[in-house]
Design a protein around this ligand. Structure first.
Ligand code: ZN
Length: 140
């Protein structure tokens, strides 16, 4: 039986790990799509570069500056969307908005660790920033 305090601890560890060691942070060359998003409320920025081939996300880079939630969320997102199609990504984005917006659903991935932000409305923007950048890239 895991008590909720331990669970929070685990979540915090994953978030801190992604913040300290962001995945896919080396900028790729030859991106087919690029996007960015800015959160003026806490000076967060996320930049996304993607190589889309056969409708799937191939190489990608996710870079940025800002608070731990925004940067950890960006890193977690990059890991999750690699190899996925636009339709799969749209579905992930919907689920993620739902869990950070207060739904009691869970996601079967590390993205689930960010659902704790629903208790902190100002941080929801931070968590969603990377997904806005991705949306900007894919719609460009
Ligand atoms: Zn932030």
């Amino acid at each position: 039986m895991t008590d909720p305090a331990d669970l929070d601890e685990l979540y915090r560890e994953i978030v801190l790990d992604h913040h300290r060691n962001p995945r896919n942070s080396e900028e790729i060359q030859g991106a087919t799509h690029e996007g960015e998003a800015i959160n003026p409320f806490c000076d967060d920025e996320v930049h996304v570069k993607i190589q889309l081939s056969d409708g799937q996300v191939g190489e990608l880079s996710v870079t940025g500056v800002g608070c731990s939630i925004s940067q950890a969320s960006a890193s977690l997102m990059g890991v999750e969307v690699k190899g996925k199609t636009r339709a799969q990504i749209a579905q992930l984005a919907e689920q993620f908005k739902s869990i950070t917006g207060g739904s009691d659903e869970s996601m079967e991935s590390d993205l689930d660790v960010l659902k704790g932000v629903k208790r902190y409305p100002v941080r929801i923007k931070c968590a969603l920033l990377a997904w806005s950048a991705l949306d900007d890239a894919l719609s460009g």
